[in-house]
Design a protein around this ligand. Sequence first.
Ligand SMILES: Cc1cc2nc3c(=O)[nH]c(=O)nc-3n(C[C@H](O)[C@H](O)[C@H](O)COP(=O)(O)O)c2cc1C
Ligand code: SF4
Ligand code: SF4
Length: 280
Amino acid sequence: MPIEIYYFTGSGNSLFAARELQKRLPDSTLIPIAKLLGQERIEPAGDKIGIVFPLHGMTLPVPVEIFLRKLFPLPGSYIFGVTTRGGTKFYGFKKMDKLLRKKKSSLNASFLINMADNDPKLRHWKPLPVVKMQEIEKKALTHIEVIAEKVRNAENYHETDLEGVSVSKNPVLNFLFDRLILFAMWMMKLSGVSNYFYAGEGCNGCGICEKVCPAGKIALVNKKPVWQKNIRCYFCYACLNFCPKSVVQINSKWYMKSYTPQNGRYSHPYAKIADMTAQK
Ligand SMILES: Cc1cc2nc3c(=O)[nH]c(=O)nc-3n(C[C@H](O)[C@H](O)[C@H](O)COP(=O)(O)O)c2cc1C
Ligand code: SF4
Ligand code: SF4
């Protein structure tokens, strides 16, 4: 039973998870989602399909939603979703299942892996110390063993999201907070074609931001990055996190204050620039 593992990654966490899964699943191949998005239809050859991606604003990232709309799985395929996250709840698996049901398929299994947060625009965000990273990796690998076992057995299984962080013990406050995050993400997506990012002082024109951008949104003009308005952003933050000078910043918006000039940057310890360019 060939297995195709489709992945999308912005800072390497989901790539790490996808690679580790692949090692544990015989006859499996890794396929980058970003490479396929120009196609009208995406028709997998495998009858087991994995989709590994980060959680963005508690929901599906833009490219994964586009991918799912274009995906036409083989009838009867076993489909599993794996999201990597900083720690909040996730509302995207329901949406995934809904999109798959339009193709007479469904989401057979879903898993959430806690990893490091790669979103430096948040106020209290800090890059994690090495020891903490090692701890996260160890836990993630144990979790991936369990996921691989379930996939090998084609189990219908949906992980309960018990570890998803809530802001309060009050369910009403939590409900409102979740809606606020979903709203902010929705606004970000709306602003995805406009001027969300900029390169601050200290840019040396190296072009790494352009290379790692899976959407092809960045062009280098006179050795300076330009986020092109007519191209949709995937909000993966690869440009922000891989800039060697940490000068890519997010403009604050009325619905979300950004702290990127104050904060550090994050990419998964094993993620190389070549890994990021290979996905597009
Ligand atoms: C725009 C954006 C929004 C995010 N929103 C959330 C969120 O709502 N909850 C959460 O737990 N993590 C969130 N994260 C963190 C990522 O889901 C997490 O770090 C993920 O493992 C990154 O995977 P990647 O390196 O494969 O892109 C967000 C990251 C970005 C860039
Ligand atoms: S990666 Fe950073 S330093 Fe290099 S061109 Fe882009 S913004 Fe400038
Ligand atoms: S512009 Fe930045 S955040 Fe948007 S898709 Fe490109 S690399 Fe990702």
